[in-house]
Design a protein around this ligand. Structure first.
Ligand code: APR
Length: 230
């Protein structure tokens, strides 16, 4: 069975009602990145940042996976051990759809992180500023989100899995943010077949062997069906 690594971005959750970042009216049109997605922004105004992620956590809690998330969960079930999802999303929809082999390279809304001792724990729906860490008891809880300027999680494991991949697919991501936008180049260098499934061409579309344009809820189930028939 082919080893498949799938990178997902905000576009896969768009049809579940969660906004993307760079589309018309997206999150970065409503909030300044430097205010809500950098360590400096958190130091400057922790309440603004905690409120921003509390709102996104509440929205994600209400959201349901769409046919694209479900199709990826079915692919994993049909090819146990051969499918890895590396998601830039923090909404938890892959797990809600039934996927279990998921690496959250940008963190997760439903966990909290201690800025002092790096302990991570399940976040409540509403985080407060100066919330106490259950491990070191300091008032240093922060959203468990990888902010701009911070190092994404699981990079070594991701690089190793890219080197073993037969197929690398990118779904619903604009190719604006590295290191994720560079995964296609790494996978191709290791000989993987590379596939982009996106509403429109991404910034790195030219680096893909195959492209499927359209809403993820249509393109991903069709792509998975083709893989399972092969
Ligand atoms: N189906 C498929 N693709 C879609 C859909 C859809 N229904 N709707 C939007 N898209 C595509 C858009 O065309 C765009 O290329 O999803 C992509 C979303 O791009 P971004 O908003 O830039 O989101 P993403 O690529 O996930 O951003 C990467 O940037 O700000 C950081 O940490 C943040 O993880 C995020 C990272």
């Amino acid at each position: 069975m082919p080893k498949i690594v799938i990178l997902t971005g905000a576009g896969i959750s768009a049809e579940s009602g969660l906004g993307t970042f760079r589309d018309e009216g997206g999150l970065w049109a409503q909030h300044r990145i430097e205010d809500v997605a950098t360590p400096e922004g958190f130091a400057r105004n922790p309440q603004l940042v905690v409120d921003f992620y509390n709102a996104r956590r509440a929205q994600a809690a209400e959201a349901s996976p769409n046919a694209a998330h479900v199709a990826l969960a079915q692919l994993e079930a049909a090819m146990p051990g051969d499918v890895l999802i590396v998601t830039q999303n923090v909404d938890g929809l892959h797990e809600k759809a039934g996927s279990s082999n998921v690496l959250h390279m940008h963190g997760q809304l439903d966990s909290a992180l201690c800025a002092a001792c790096d302990h991570r724990w399940e976040a409540t729906l509403k985080m407060t500023v100066g919330q106490t860490c259950p491990a070191c008891y300091q008032p240093t809880a922060r959203p468990d989100i990888v902010w701009f300027g911070e190092i994404p999680y699981y990079m070594e494991e991701i690089e190793m899995r890219l080197s073993e991949a037969d197929i690398f697919a990118a779904i619903g991501t604009s190719g604006n943010v590295y290191p994720a936008a560079g995964f296609v180049q790494a996978a191709a260098a290791y000989g993987a077949l590379t596939v982009e499934l996106n509403l429109e061409p991404s910034m790195v579309v030219s680096q893909f062997d195959e492209t499927h344009f359209g809403p993820a809820s249509e393109t991903v189930p069709k792509w998975v069906e083709g893989l399972l028939k092969a």
